[in-house]
Design a protein around this ligand. Structure first.
Ligand code: TUI
Length: 314
């Protein structure tokens, strides 16, 4: 058993959040993770408020346990989803890919706990000042939209910057990495890529098999030139994208190239056009299993590592 103040803060058994993976983290996965004692998170991605509300109702039908909604702040529907989650009084909102301060008052007034993903100390400080109850410090090892710093460098610096609890994200797929995150001062972890292959995750089987077959150097970051760097598995799509980028094509052209590509990967398993976002730990993810088994393995592995951590100390 690993218990930290974050468990009491959000009412969960194990300090493990499931990443709000766009087009992937729906009610099926979120409900399963929450039922297993972690914090399941629905991704609002680029969906409208009606779709996200329906997912919330589905999770509520699956479990009485706390869950979260991840709001991707670059979404064209961010405003309407932000208002809806307050109305629904969801237990936790996690934000990503931007600055959530304009929504904070509404969420706090509705009793929603706000836990932003940050990629820098300055953003951590800002959200702590405006009412966040914890932050998720996400290193560039993660899949999807990435910041510049690694988890190893970012987490302790964020821990030293804010007095609210910090969770670590990016590069965490097993108990060793969870233990390391706790050693960096984090009170919990957010795990994405490993939950992508959970039995309850409804992503295309092609996507799951690509993650399972991946090795250490199977991911690449594209989009640095557009200001939206994204880590994904290397595919014909990222190969073309990287070439366009290297040839300094116009940004609109690059954007046109990626439209719909994430949906093509997640829903259709389209190997040619798909954008298969995944973290650098994809090479460690080797099998499909229930979300509860993933949580159990993380917790037991973490406990084993922490218990053995004194072996070099004289
Ligand atoms: O948001 C993510 N990861 C994502 S969002 C996403 S959806 C997407 N689809 C297609 C193209 C691009 C994105 C896929 N993956 N992670 C959380 C995260 N947030 N990582 C980094 C940040 C972040 C970055 C800058 C948070 C705050 C921030 O502040 C910038 C500012 O406004 O100063």
């Amino acid at each position: 058993m690993i218990r930290t103040p974050v468990c009491d803060l959000v009412g969960i058994e194990h300090p493990i959040f499931q990443g709000g993976m766009a087009w992937i983290a729906d009610a099926s996965l979120a409900g399963a993770v929450s039922n297993a004692g972690g914090l399941g998170i629905i991704s609002a991605m680029n969906a409208d408020a009606a779709w996200v509300r329906d997912q919330i109702h589905q999770v509520r039908a699956m479990t009485d346990k706390p869950f979260g909604v991840n709001i991707m702040l670059m979404s064209p529907f961010a405003d309407e989803v932000a208002a809806m989650v307050a109305e629904e009084r969801v237990p936790v909102v996690v934000t990503g890919a931007g600055n959530p301060t304009k929504y904070m008052k509404t969420w706090l007034a509705a009793g929603v706990k706000v836990i932003p993903v940050v990629a820098s100390c300055s953003m951590a400080k800002l959200v702590a000042r405006t009412g966040a109850c914890a932050v998720i410090a996400e290193g560039g090892e993660s899949g999807g939209h990435v910041g510049d710093l690694t988890t190893m460098a970012l987490v302790p610096q964020v821990v030293d910057t804010v007095s609210i609890p910090v969770l670590a994200a990016g590069g965490i797929a097993d108990g060793r990495q969870m233990a390391a995150a706790l050693m960096l001062g984090a009170q919990g972890v957010q795990v994405g890529t490993r939950f992508l292959v959970a039995d309850e995750c409804t992503v295309s089987e092609v996507y799951k098999q690509k993650v399972i077959k991946a090795k250490d150097i199977s991911t690449i970051v594209t989009g640095r030139r557009t200001g939206h760097p994204v880590r994904a598995l290397k595919t014909p799509f990222t190969h073309d994208y990287a070439q366009l980028e290297a040839a300094a094509q116009l940004d609109e052209e690059l954007h046109g190239h990626s439209a719909g590509a994430l949906r093509a990967a997640a829903k259709d398993g389209d190997e040619e056009r798909g954008y298969f976002m995944a973290g650098q730990v994809a090479g460690m993810v080797t099998k499909e299993e229930p979300a509860a088994a993933i949580i159990e393995d993380l917790v037991q592995g973490c406990e084993r590592e922490l218990r053995g951590a004194m072996r070099w100390v004289r």
